[in-house]
Write a protein of this length. Structure first.
Length: 110
């Protein structure tokens, strides 16, 4: 199992687990980034809008929405949270996130 070094307490990495995801959104603390699948590809507009408002409340600065997030949902989240093309990207092979430099989406978002 890889060793994870937590260098910044505000950084959380969310996976595809719906229970974990729900708990992240119920949190009262602020988050710096969310990386992972958010299971919104089949969500209706109301659910995507609610998720965007919660991510905005948590002051998410970076979002890498992978596989099950869905491209349309990710674009709506980006708009709703107020992120940019540089701070909200579709997760892809080779993409990375660094606490100091942010998201490196590779060629997919350039």
């Amino acid at each position: 199992m890889p060793r994870v070094e937590w260098r910044l307490a505000k950084t959380k990495v969310a996976g595809s687990n719906p229970v974990f995801r729900s708990n992240v959104l119920k949190a009262r603390s602020l988050f710096f980034a969310i990386v992972g699948g958010l299971h919104l590809f089949e969500a209706d507009d109301a659910r995507v809008d609610w998720t965007a408002s919660e991510l905005k409340r948590l002051r998410i600065a970076h979002l890498v929405g992978a596989h099950c997030t869905g491209i349309e949902a990710l674009m709506r989240l980006r708009q709703g949270v107020g992120l940019t093309r540089r701070t909200a990207v579709v997760g892809a092979v080779g993409a990375s996130f660094d606490l100091e430099t942010g998201i490196d989406p590779r060629d997919i978002a350039r």
